[in-house]
Design a protein around this ligand. Sequence first.
Ligand SMILES: Nc1ncnc2c1ncn2[C@@H]1O[C@H](COP(=O)(O)OP(=O)(O)OP(=O)(O)O)[C@@H](O)[C@H]1O
Length: 277
Amino acid sequence: MLDVQNISFATPGGKKLLHPTSFKAGLGELIAIIGPNGAGKSTLLKSLSNQLHDASGDVFWNEANLKNLSPQEQALKRAVVAQQVYMTMEFPVREVVLMGRYPHFQKQPSKHDFEAVDWAIRQAEVEHLIDRSYNSLSGGEQQRVQIARAFAQLHEINGPGLLLLDEPLNNLDIKHQHRFLDRVTEFTKQGNTTLLVIHDINLAALYADKVAVLKNGELIAFDTPVRALTEKNLLTAYDFPVRVEHHPYHNAPAVYFGCPATAHEKINNSTSKQYQL
Ligand SMILES: Nc1ncnc2c1ncn2[C@@H]1O[C@H](COP(=O)(O)OP(=O)(O)OP(=O)(O)O)[C@@H](O)[C@H]1O
């Protein structure tokens, strides 16, 4: 289980980017993190991946405080896909995926490392790209290679893996968005935990077990999609008219921005004046 206890972050100048935030995510759970631009979603993810050394609070992964683990020990439990990954040198795609195995070997990758790379390449469906130079790929293709690298990193590790994904759907077409989310769901259901920063709220509603809604560095909801994605929470977060209905084909909410709220939610939203009709 991921147990986040009072994690917070402020700039050296004292600007609070993330107010004390606590939540738990179980094994097998996919957590979507949503919120408007600047809400603190990437800051939260970076705090969980020790990229912000001044972050306060504690992050426990299966009862081990990540602070007490070496970078290599952490890399054997947790993989991160950042919003954009630039390479200053030319690397073939296969080598980039193999980078996910670097924490697993000392000098030379083993047969098992290469098998993990092949498996991850198939999972991310990037077989056709493996001999290309990473820098020659389109944004969406690079994203899929980074996803393959993260899958390779967490393949058959000792215990469950924690996958942190910051807007991994950027640049992916609709088919690859769904295929990617299917693969992430499959990976998560094998007993791992995934945190996914995502702007598409309807995809969050369809795929996530829980949704974290952030606004101004504060967690305003953390619950199942049905409970978190209410018109009230979404209006509070996005300050934009929204209607939430039941999805016609799935057991999930369907969110329509730009539509007036339902009568029921208008009553609940009575404190928000801007979009009341
Ligand atoms: N080093 C910094 N100094 C000052 N402000 C910062 C710094 N890093 C981030 N911020 C600000 O903190 C806020 C939260 O940033 P963050 O990247 O976490 O937002 P986000 O929710 O991921 O946004 P987006 O959806 O646009 O990616 C933003 O207003 C950003 O400009």
